[in-house]
Design a protein around this ligand. Structure first.
Ligand code: ADP
Ligand code: ADP
Ligand code: ZN
Ligand code: ZN
Length: 744
């Protein structure tokens, strides 16, 4: 069946899809385009990938299926001739402090092998170099690289006595049991301030051990503060403590680089083993490009094969624009775009063929220079015999597609159809939104606004920043540019924002607070909506809240019922009692201008704007429309909106707040070329209203429309971290060291 040349989709109706049928070529790269909300994800992820996953699971025995998540059948007549899917999305890799770029991509394994073959002196087989095995880990920090220590200066107030509350930890308060184990031990004068303690008393208080003492009737063994804290708190896995316990502990401890391994995570034997003077921890701290250069000079015949394998794996990492990462970097610190590219590297390392790869906007966070590297890797996946489906807005990715499927014509109910299928050349002539926008390009702005004042950053040295001093203008639109890893986020998020904590930040962190969150609650219009229903019906506003007395008792106002699965993501089904309406029948008898509360929550923002006359509600709905989210329904669970949609929802909500400095991190994520004009209009309105807007962006049209550019570089990592240019856009063109300049 895999001999077939097409995946056939017939009658797809998930979300807004309007009975879509199409053939997707196998062994090719197909890019899905269309305005945000047109139905790309509904088709690619929720129909094709979901059905591939479901069909794959059905091939397992009933026993195995019992352990797998149950995938409901997508709303589609049929999808045939599918391959096993590999979904590469932007979910953060996470994984705690033991997960690093090296362990995640499995590049750490050949590096360990290299040391076991060619390292001197010989230290063991390969797992003796792993910080995740007892044979390799540093015994002091158990492979974490950091240790937590009690900070006596914070724990004790030396001007006080035990009776005066000298021990500041709340569990050791005067009169509490733990306090008594010291105060009633007979070892101390309870009214003497700690400052006046003899050397003996100090020793007992801090280090005393194995002393037999009696507290009234009870005989027990005395334990000084240091061993007790070690045993009770520090040796425990922080994850097993209550949130409160951990928060309290953090007030009295300091976390520092492990004094034994100096953060290298490994034990002395592993660290003593060297290749050309370098140990494995030192090589893991090098940036991937530096490590590759080191390996290129390696001529040891014992290591030749491993080294060449390692070089190939590293070249994948570098090839996708992540050459500035070190193998030792913890994956939890990577951005969404970096995480997705890292997943791609992991898959390039395996030799699977005949798979169905599905990617979600892999160009996020990539400078135009590196997009060509990304497209090269997509072609590589294809050439191994795989089918590659990509949801993308970037014209350079669209250009290299073997086949393009354009969704539209609009978003939400105005979309859900395939409006074009074919090649890039044909798309350029097509009368679709994508076709028209591929042809045009915004010009470089020449009449720029003048700065009204300056916000200063001086001597910044965080991460790769090289003593950066720069002035950010106020009252204008500033765009911060530079290749991935050049230091943009570091400069803005870690240096600038802490100096200006009142700035409004609109980033891509998830908007969802809980499973009941929806645009109505998130933007704050649920309150005035409930009040409007209360006024119209003479009932209490709380009746119309979907987390109170009026909500359906079966689903608690969620409209869906979740089934938790022991070790997989849970599954949800529409609530059978309220049929997804979320409310009790008696609540649905009350109406506002003919609509029930459930009906209102099912309205799109656009429809709601025509329905509501109440001013505060309209202002928010108008803002949702302005940011291009008119197609979202007021009750759609926030867990189903994409990162880009969530970011724009934040934008719509924040537009009312009277900020004066707005910071946005890649606001064009998830935006079609035609939506970008919309975004620029909003930004222009903010700036014309006297605000300062600072964007981190790669999108060339946005860069061209800035009043002021700050370009970082020249490269990522240690080869970056300098401000190459700060000034109006035109001036950047003359900056020879700037990669960005070449693309304008
Ligand atoms: P795109 O990927 O083109 O941005 P989507 O496929 O995510 O578009 O969305 C298409 C439409 O379906 C939008 O109106 C969106 O709000 C809606 N939608 C997406 N996911 C869900 C969901 N889980 N429940 C209800 N509506 C959804
Ligand atoms: P950009 O935003 O331009 O892509 P970043 O500011 O994210 O660049 O990164 C600049 C440099 O700082 C890179 O070398 C990156 O690897 C490093 N870096 C960023 N975040 C961390 C972190 N949490 N820990 C260690 N290094 C980091
Ligand atoms: Zn250690
Ligand atoms: Zn219900």
């Amino acid at each position: 069946m895999t001999e077939r040349r097409f995946i056939e989709v017939r009658g797809a109706r998930e979300h807004n899809l309007q009975n879509v049928s199409l053939d997707i070529p196998k062994g090719r790269v197909t890019v899905f385009t269309g305005v945000s909300g047109s139905g790309k994800s509904s088709l690619v992820f929720d129909t094709v990938a979901a059905e591939a996953q479901r069909q794959l699971n059905e091939t397992f025995t009933a026993f195995v299926q019992g352990f797998l998540p149950h995938y409901g059948q997508p709303d589609v007549d049929r999808v045939t001739y599918l391959n096993a899917p590999v979904i590469i999305n932007q979910k953060r890799v996470g994984g705690g402090s033991r997960s690093t770029v090296g362990t995640y991509t499995d590049i750490a394994a050949p590096l360990r092998l290299l040391f076991s073959r060619a390292g001197q002196p010989f230290a063991g087989p390969a797992f003796a170099f792993s910080f995740n095995t007892p044979q390799g880990m540093c015994p002091e920090c158990e492979g974490i690289g950091r240790t937590t220590q009690l900070d006596l200066e914070r724990l004790l107030d030396r001007t006080k006595s035990l009776n005066g509350g000298a021990i500041l930890h709340p569990d050791y308060g005067v009169g509490k049991w733990l306090w008594k184990t010291y105060a009633l031990s007979g070892l101390f004068d309870n009214d003497k301030p700690l400052d006046a303690y003899s050397e003996r008393e100090w020793h007992d208080l801090l280090r005393g051990q194995d002393l037999k003492v009696s507290l009234g009737e009870i005989n027990m063994t005395y334990e000084g503060l240091l061993p007790r804290f070690q045993r009770m708190y520090l040796s425990r896995d922080a994850a097993s403590m209550s949130d409160r316990g951990r928060a309290v502990l953090e007030r009295f401890t300091t976390s520092a680089v492990c004094p034994v391994c100096s953060g290298a995570r490994l034990n002395a034997a592993a660290l003593a083993c060297r290749i050309q003077g370098r140990n494995i921890a030192e090589l893991s701290a090098l940036e991937a490009t530096e490590l590759l250069a080191f390996l290129q000079d390696l001529s040891d015949p014992a290591a030749a094969r491993v080294a060449s394998h390692l070089r190939e794996r590293l070249s994948h990492l570098i090839g996708i624009g992540l050459g500035y990462l070190s193998l030792g970097r913890e994956t939890a610190t990577l951005s969404g775009g970096e995480s997705q590219r890292l997943k791609l590297v992991r898959h390039l390392g395996n030799s699977l063929t005949d798979m169905l790869y599905v990617l979600d906007e892999p160009s996020v966070g990539l400078h135009p220079r590196d997009v060509s590297r990304l497209t090269g890797l997509l072609a590589q996946l294809r050439d191994k015999g795989n089918t590659v489906l990509v949801v993308e807005h970037d014209p350079d990715v669209i250009r290299v597609a073997d086949h393009i499927v354009d969704m539209g014509p609009g978003a939400g109910v105005h979309g859900g159809q395939v409006v074009f299928e074919g090649t890039y050349a044909a798309l350029q002539q097509a009368p679709t939104l994508t076709g028209r926008h591929l042809a045009q390009q915004l010009p470089l702005k020449t009449e720029v606004r003048s700065p009204r004042g300056w916000l200063k950053v001086e001597g910044a040295r965080v991460h790769n920043l090289k003593n950066v001093s720069v002035e950010l203008p106020t009252g204008v639109l500033t765009v911060v540019t530079g290749v991935a890893g050049s230091g943009k986020s570091t400069l803005i998020h870690e240096v600038f924002l802490p100096l200006h904590p009142d700035a409004v930040v609109i980033d891509q962190s998830r908007v969802t607070a809980n499973s009941r969150s929806a645009p109505a609650t998130y933007t704050g219009i649920m309150d005035p909506i409930r009040k409007a229903f209360a006024r119209a019906s003479g009932q209490s506003p709380s009746l119309f809240s979907f987390n109170s007395e009026g909500s359906c008792p079966t689903c608690s106002g969620l409209g869906v019922v979740y089934t938790d699965l022991a070790f997989m993501e849970g599954v949800s089904a529409v609530c059978e009692v309220c049929e997804g309406q979320r409310f009790r029948p008696e609540v649905l008898r009350h109406t506002l201008r003919g609509q029930t509360i459930s009906g209102v929550l099912n309205m799109t923002a656009e429809a709601a704007l025509a329905f509501f006359t109440e001013k505060p509600i309209r202002a928010v709905l108008q803002a949702m429309n302005d940011v291009g989210l008119g197609y979202l329904t007021l009750g759609q669970p926030l867990s189903t909106v994409s990162g880009g949609e969530g970011q724009r929802l934040k934008l719509a909500t924040e537009l009312h707040k009277k900020g004066s400095v707005y910071v946005m991190d890649e606001p064009t994520t998830g935006l079609h070329l035609s939506d970008i004009g919309l975004l620029l209009n909003i930004v222009d309105r903010l700036v014309d209203g006297g605000n300062t807007v600072i964007l981190i962006e790669h999108q060339l049209d946005v860069i061209r429309q800035a009043d002021w550019l700050i370009d970082l570089g020249p490269e990522g990592g240690r080869a970056g971290g300098e401000v190459l240019y700060s000034g109006p856009p035109k001036g950047l063109l003359g900056c020879e060291r700037s990669v960005t300049a070449r693309f304008l």
